[in-house]
Design a binder for this molecule. Structure first.
Ligand code: C2E
Ligand code: CA
Ligand code: CA
Length: 658
């Protein structure tokens, strides 16, 4: 996945409600602290204003006393100081004051007391008018709130009636202008409910706004999360199976591997083969239903910590954990059997490639590609449909990529050369035919044998173009020799079984050959028996048509793998080519000879010509001559050779071979 794409997907990563709740709680706490600070500052302001106005009252007492003392010209205040006494009484009366007033000297000795209370310097509150007033006991003025919030203010707000109040008992100190003494005035400072109410209404409003904000914030966040979840559901939805799609698989594979570090994991590519055929048979909708059912089965079978998704077509990727290789294989076999049960009316096959995850840091794409590489090694010729990835498979894949990247170019640049392997008359040992075999003459890699690229061409379909090319090249060459009055022999060409899906194959071949005006009997077509299994009807039809057009048709590789005598019964072929396997190794034993003898006998009965392939020794030639095999193709007489070399042998046609 490209970095840019990864970034975009990361942006769509799951949003969680946690951070929103935490930030709401933070907003709530911050605003609570802010509001309590504001209310503290306000109460403090109220308190200070009250203390200041109380000081003004105390100052009036102090001024009056100072005035009286100055008038009496005395520093001694006693019962006889009627002036002072009267003034205080009058002022108490005027100011509606019922508290205690004390005259205190600089040593804190109460000189005179008007009222019942004696100042308690240890426990009571004393306010000095200015901070500079140097008293050697604790006085206070600002920066402290003496109204306890919890006990006073909140109770005050909660109580009913506007006139309820919180009170603070204290002494206010005022120095006398006359003599070194102070007036201590006892005061009760009060805060009334209605004095606080507006502030607290404002605070309450702000609190409501904050709470509202938090609620709206949380609701919109929830909404965003829900939308995002819905979006990511769509982002990870496979429209065919209705389950998770391939993007999900790629994004979540590394996450799972990171999370479950103790489990042994494998990435698996599981593909239903011939899915297209299934769709052609039952309709595309039915095909999609089948995939949906596969997906449902996977969902049922998967365990916690495992995921799966459809990749393309009928190919699924699975991330499964396992303990032993055998256990995983068994599980996959069971899974394939269950998948087969989902369509009882049709036989389905699965190819499975397994990549055991040994390094969790590899990208999921690379790991999955390895599983696909393993899966792609499964062909019709391999026996096992479940294959484990091996490093050497990568080399093969590299080679295959090289071939696929170069094949088109190679064809247009005529890098594919026709080599001809002569076929000799067994008895006369004269040239009687040839097989055209392709060689890729690569400018850098040199001559590449067909075994390295034909199987791949058969898989990727390029074989159709190559075979057409070979037919055209051979027809062209025959036409050239006709013009040169050469004595010609039939040249056989391999027709891959991939061609037999084409209904009009015979016409197609006819058209290519006729372009060079070559008699059809000079072009022989070799087909392998396995073609017969793919589509019997079409094959029979094509063979009949080819024969009616005059092309000899031979069965290649008779006796290898797929042989069945039934095929011979049904197919009206001209030539039977005995596979080289009959003559390999120790196969010259009695049993082998009996089989070859019987096959030759059978072919004779069916009026077929016989060709023995891969003949390398004189003994083999002698044996085949005795048993009446018509032609021999093998290294004993000649290896496949370039046309120019073959041409030399053509000139000596009907002459005994050396
Ligand atoms: P085939 O059709 O069975 O071709 C015979 C193969 O046996 C050839 O291998 C040939 O070189 C080899 N051979 C012949 N005589 C002997 C012998 O005495 N000893 C041994 N050890 N080998 C012998 P080649 O050319 O490598 O071709 C391999 C296969 O590739 C062919 O098997 C054929 O199936 C396929 N092929 C080759 N050319 C074409 C083509 O143009 N089109 C298609 N569709 N397939 C082709
Ligand atoms: Ca052949
Ligand atoms: Ca053959």
């Amino acid at each position: 996945m490209s970095k840019q794409k990864e970034k975009k997907i990361k942006k769509l990563k799951k949003m969680h409600i946690g951070p929103y709740i935490i930030s709401s709680i933070l907003i709530f706490f911050i605003s609570t602290i802010f509001l309590s600070c504001i209310s503290h500052i306000f109460v403090q302001y109220m308190q200070n204003t009250k203390i200041e106005s109380a000081h003004e009252n105390a100052e009036q007492f102090a001024d009056a006393i100072s005035y009286a003392m100055a008038k009496e010209q005395t520093l001694n205040i006693d019962e006889s100081s009627t002036n002072v006494y009267d003034i205080i009484k009058n002022m108490q009366y005027l100011l509606h004051y019922s508290g205690t007033i004390c005259l205190v000297d600089e040593n804190q000795k109460v000189i005179k007391r008007f009222g019942r209370h004696i100042p308690d310097f240890e426990n009571e509150l004393f306010f000095a008018p200015t901070e500079e007033l140097n008293l050697d006991f604790k006085t206070s003025y600002k920066d402290t709130i003496y109204f306890e919030f919890k006990d006073n203010i909140l109770k005050l707000l909660a109580s009913e009636g506007n006139n309820t109040c919180a009170t603070l008992d204290c002494w206010l100190i005022q120095p006398l202008d006359y003599g070194n003494a102070y007036v201590y005035v006892e005061m009760e400072i009060t805060l009334k409910q209605n004095e606080l109410i507006y502030v607290f209404i404002t605070i309450a409003l702000i609190s409501i706004l904050v709470v509202l904000f938090i609620v709206v914030y949380l609701v919109t966040s929830f909404g965003a999360i829900l939308t995002q979840r819905r979006l990511s559901k769509i982002l990870y939805l496979d429209s065919i199976t209705g389950d998770k799609n391939w993007l999900y698989f790629r994004v979540y594979t590394p996450r799972i591997l990171k999370k479950y570090t103790k489990q042994k994991y494998a990435l698996i590519s599981l593909e239903m083969t011939k899915y297209r055929n299934y769709c052609n048979c039952y309709s595309n909708d039915e095909g999609e239903n089948l995939l949906e059912n596969f997906s449902k089965l996977f969902l049922k079978e998967k365990r916690k910590g495992e995921i799966f998704s459809r990749n393309t077509g009928a190919e699924f990727g699975l991330l499964l954990y396992y303990n032993t290789d055998e256990e995983l294989r068994q599980r996959l076999e069971d899974l394939c059997a269950k998948l087969q049960n989902l369509c009882p009316h049709h036989t389905v096959h699965f190819h499975v490639g397994i990549y055991p995850v040994d390094n969790r840091k590899y990208s999921p794409t690379i790991m999955y590609e390895n599983a696909v590489t393993a899966k792609n090694t499964i062909t019709l010729d391999t026996t096992d449909d479940i294959v484990w990835f091996k490093e050497e498979m990568l080399e093969r894949q590299k080679w295959e990529t090289f071939i696929e990247n170069n094949m088109e170019n190679a064809l247009s640049e005529h890098q594919f050369a026709v080599y001809l392997q002569p076929k000799y008359n067994t008895k006369l040992e004269t040239l009687a035919g040839a097989e055209a075999l392709v060689r890729w003459i690569h400018p850098e890699k040199g001559i590449i044998s067909p075994g390295y690229f034909i199987p791949l061409f058969e898989k990727n379909g390029f074989i159709l173009s190559l075979d057409d090319y070979m037919i055209a090249q051979v027809a062209k060459q025959q036409a050239k020799w006709i013009k040169q009055d050469k004595k010609l022999v039939p040249i056989s060409i391999n027709v891959s079984r991939a061609h037999f899906t084409q209904e009009n194959l015979a016409e197609h071949i006819c058209k290519i050959v006729d372009a060079y005006q070559v008699p059809h009997e000079l072009i022989e077509l070799e087909l392998t028996e396995s073609a017969f299994f793919d589509n019997k009807e079409v094959l029979l039809h094509t063979v009949h048509k080819l024969k009616s057009y005059g092309f000899p048709v031979s069965m290649d590789d008779f006796g290898s793998g797929y042989s069945s005598l039934n095929t011979l019964k049904d197919l009206p072929l001209d030539v039977l080519k005995l596979d080289a396997e009959f003559f390999r190794g120790e196969n010259t034993d009695i049993r082998g000879k009996i089989i070859v003898k019987e096959a030759l006998h059978l072919a004779k009965e069916l009026e077929m010509k016989t060709v023995a392939e891969g003949i390398e020794t004189k003994e083999q030639v002698q044996f085949l001559a005795e048993e009446g095999c018509d032609l021999i193709q093998g290294y004993y007489f000649a290896k496949p050779m370039p046309i120019s070399e073959f041409e030399e042998r053509l000139q000596v046609i009907d002459q005994p071979a050396e």
